[in-house]
Write a protein that binds this ligand. Structure first.
Ligand SMILES: *Cc1c(COP(=O)(O)O)cnc(C)c1O
Length: 426
C-alpha cells in the first residue's frame, strides 16, 4: 500500500503497538482531518469514533480552535512559566477555578495526562510531609484503573497489559476492588476501601480514581453514589482524593466535570488533559485546594513544590484550552445532551445482540459475548472497510465520538458498527 506506511514501520516506533503486527495491521496513512472524518493519502475517509484517543472534542480542523492558536502563535508561542507569566495561563486557571466555585483555585500545569498524575501524587505526599506527616506516602488506586504509563502513574495503574512488564520497577500501591455497575458491587467496593483506609490512613497519602467511568479498563461505568461515599471516607480518615478527569472531564459524561454529578464536596485534586485543548496541543492541569496549596507556603524553597516541565503552561496550549472553555460558556452542554440522546436511540437496537449496552453522556459501550480470538484487532480492521476508525478494548466496543453527532452521524455510526459486528461474527 502506501509507502508512508512502510517508512513509518521502519522509522516510527508506534505507541501501544506490537510492531511485528504492523504488516497485518498497517497504520492508516492520514493526510488531513475534517470534522469527525479523517482522510487518508488515497482520499478514503474514516469516522473518528474514538476522538483520536479521546482528545478531539469538536472534530478535526475546528475553525475557532485553530484561529485561537494562530492568533496566539503570532504573539507569543512560548515562554517559560518560572519567572514569567502570561494572560492565557492566568485566564485558564481563573476560569477552571470558577468552574469549581473557587474550591480548586490553584492550577499547576503539566504536559500530558501522565505528568498530571505524577504532579498530583507528588503534591499529595509533599503536602502531608510539610504538615509533619511524612509517613503518609502510600497511594491507593482501584482495580482495573488506568492513570498513565510513566513509572509513577503506572504504579497506580492496574491494567495488566500495560503494567505487568514493568512491575518490578513500580512503587507498591494498594489496589482495592472497583465498583462496576455490571456487577452491582458498589457498596461492597466502598466497604473494602473503608476497611483499608481505617487500617492504614496513617501511611496513606491519597486515593486516585477515574470518576464515573474507568476508561481503559473497557468503559466500566459506576454510579455517583460510590464517589459520594468515597469522598466521605477519605474525609473521615484524612486521606486526599484525586479525581482523574483526564478522560471523563470536559463534558464527556454530560457535565463539565464528571464530579459535578456526585453532588459531593470537591476532591482535593482534579486532573484535566486530553479534551482540554480539543485535540490540538498537549496540555494537562492539576487543580487543587487552598488547604493543599497553603501547606507549601514558606520562605523555605524545599517546602515549595519542586516540579517543572519545559513546556509547562505553554501559551498556545492555554489559548486552545481557553477556546474550548468558550464553547462550554456558550452552552455546549445542552447540545451534547441532545447528541447523547441521538446516539442512544441510534444504537439501541444493538441491545438484543450484545451485553451490557451502556452509556453515560458521550460515551457508549457494549460487550460482545463469545467474541472470537483477536476480536479487537479484527473489529478494528473490518471497521476500516465501513469507513470507521474504532479500537475496541478486549471484547468491549465503545464509541467516544467528537461532539458533532447530528442525526446523520448517529445513523452512520449505528450502521457502521452493526455492519462491522456482522462481518466479524460471521
Ligand atoms: C489517557 C489517560 C491518562 C494519561 O494521559 P496521557 O496524556 O496519555 O499521558 C491518565 N488518566 C486517564 C484516566 C486517562 O484516560
Amino acid at each position: 500500500m502506501s509507502s508512508l506506511q512502510d517508512r513509518s514501520r521502519a522509522a516510527v516506533w508506534h505507541p501501544c503497538t506490537q510492531m511485528a503486527r504492523l504488516a497485518q495491521v498497517p497504520p492508516l496513512p492520514i493526510a488531513r482531518g475534517e470534522g469527525p472524518w479523517l482522510i487518508d493519502t488515497d482520499g478514503r475517509r474514516y469516522f473518528d469514533a474514538n476522538s483520536s484517543w479521546w482528545v478531539n472534542l469538536f472534530g478535526h480542523s475546528d475553525r475557532p480552535l485553530l484561529d485561537a492558536i494562530k492568533t496566539q502563535l503570532d504573539t507569543l508561542p512560548h515562554v517559560m512559566l518560572a519567572g514569567c507569566t502570561h494572560e492565557p495561563a492566568v485566564r485558564l486557571a481563573e476560569r477552571l477555578s470558577a468552574r469549581t466555585g473557587g474550591a480548586l483555585g490553584h492550577a499547576f500545569f503539566g504536559s500530558d495526562g501522565a505528568s498530571a498524575v505524577e504532579i498530583a501524587l507528588k503534591q499529595s505526599f509533599h503536602s502531608w510531609k510539610n504538615r509533619g506527616q511524612p509517613a503518609k506516602r502510600e497511594f491507593v488506586c482501584l482495580q482495573n484503573s488506568y492513570h498513565g504509563e510513566t513509572l509513577g502513574a503506572l504504579s497506580v495503574t492496574d491494567v495488566q497489559v500495560f503494567r505487568d512488564a514493568y512491575d518490578p520497577l513500580l512503587m507498591r500501591a494498594h489496589i482495592v476492588p472497583s465498583p462496576d455497575a455490571r456487577l452491582a458491587n458498589e457498596s461492597k467496593a466502598l466497604a473494602a476501601m473503608r476497611a483499608l483506609l481505617a487500617e492504614r490512613h496513617a501511611q496513606i497519602a491519597c486515593v486516585i480514581v477515574e470518576p464515573l467511568i474507568q476508561g481503559a479498563a473497557g468503559m466500566v461505568m459506576y454510579s455517583p453514589d460510590y464517589l459520594r461515599g468515597l469522598r466521605a471516607v477519605t474525609r473521615e480518615f484524612g486521606v486526599h482524593l484525586i479525581a482523574d478527569e483526564i478522560a471523563v472531564g470536559c463534558g464527556r459524561t454530560g457535565s463539565f466535570f464528571a464530579w459535578e454529578q456526585t453532588g459531593a464536596d470537591w476532591p482535593d485534586f482534579m486532573l484535566l488533559s486530553k479534551g482540554i485543548t480539543g485535540g490540538t496541543m498537549a496540555l494537562s492541569l492539576v487543580l487543587t485546594t487552598d488547604e493543599v496549596f497553603e501547606t507549601f507556603w514558606s520562605e523555605d524553597v524545599t517546602r515549595g513544590f519542586l516540579h517543572s516541565h519545559s513546556y509547562t503552561g505553554n501559551p498556545l496550549a492555554c489559548a486552545a484550552a481557553n477556546a474550548v472553555l468558550d464553547r462550554f460558556d456558550a452552552g455546549l452542554l445542552d447540545d451534547t445532551r441532545a447528541q447523547a440522546e441521538r446516539l442512544n436511540r441510534a444504537l439501541a437496537p444493538l441491545a438484543s445482540r450484545v451485553t451490557h449496552l451502556r452509556q453515560r453522556g458521550m460515551i457508549l459501550a457494549f460487550d460482545v459475548p463469545d467474541a472470537p480470538p483477536r476480536f479487537a484487532e479484527a473489529f478494528h480492521l473490518k471497521a476500516r472497510e465501513h469507513e470507521l476508525l474504532i479500537r475496541p478494548i478486549g471484547n468491549t466496543v465503545y464509541l467516544m465520538p467528537p461532539y458533532l453527532i447530528d442525526d446523520a452521524a448517529a445513523a452512520f455510526l449505528a450502521g457502521a458498527v452493526t455492519a462491522t459486528l456482522n462481518d466479524v461474527l460471521a
